[in-house]
Design a protein around this ligand. Structure first.
Ligand SMILES: [Zn+2]
Length: 135
C-alpha cells in the first residue's frame, strides 16, 4: 500500500464540516471550553481548559477509519487543539511511527486518526478540531 503523510491524495470533496470554534474556545486564554470526546464512541479524550487552539496550520491526515481497515484518502484540517504531552490527555492511543509522524486515535474504539504528533517535535500533540466532538 502506497502511503505517506504529506500532501498526497488530497480529497477535493469540500469535506470541511462547518465547525464553529468560536463557541468552543476561551477568547482570552485560547483554551478549550468544553471537553473533547471521540465522535464514534464518546470516550473522553481531553478535559476542558487543557488544549490551546491553533488556526495557523494546514495538515493532511488519512481519513478517519478503524484500526486495521486502513485508508488511502487524505483529508486536510486547518484547526487543531494543541497539547504539550501525552499526560495532558485523559485517554488517547498512539500509532507506530510513519514518516516521522505518530497518529493519535481513540484508546477505546481505536477510530482515528484524530490527530498527530511529529516525532522530532514531541512537545506538540495536535488534535484535529473537526474530528472530535464537544460536550
Ligand atoms: Zn472512540
Amino acid at each position: 500500500m502506497e502511503k505517506s503523510g504529506a500532501e498526497r491524495n488530497r480529497t477535493e470533496n469540500g469535506g470541511s464540516t462547518l465547525l464553529n470554534v468560536a463557541d468552543l474556545v476561551d477568547n482570552d486564554t485560547h483554551l478549550n471550553l468544553k471537553c473533547i470526546h471521540c465522535k464514534r464512541c464518546g470516550s473522553k479524550l481531553v478535559r476542558d481548559a487543557v488544549a490551546t487552539l491553533l488556526e495557523d496550520r494546514k495538515i493532511s491526515m488519512p481519513s478517519m477509519h478503524k484500526k486495521h481497515e486502513g485508508s488511502d484518502k487524505q483529508e486536510e484540517s486547518d484547526t487543531f487543539w494543541m497539547l504539550k504531552n501525552l499526560m495532558e490527555f485523559e485517554n488517547v492511543g498512539v500509532t507506530h511511527t510513519v514518516d516521522s509522524i505518530k497518529y493519535l486515535c481513540c484508546a477505546d474504539c481505536e477510530v482515528g486518526p484524530v490527530g498527530l504528533t511529529l516525532v522530532d517535535k514531541n512537545d506538540e500533540y495536535l488534535v484535529a478540531a473537526d474530528r472530535v466532538e464537544y460536550r
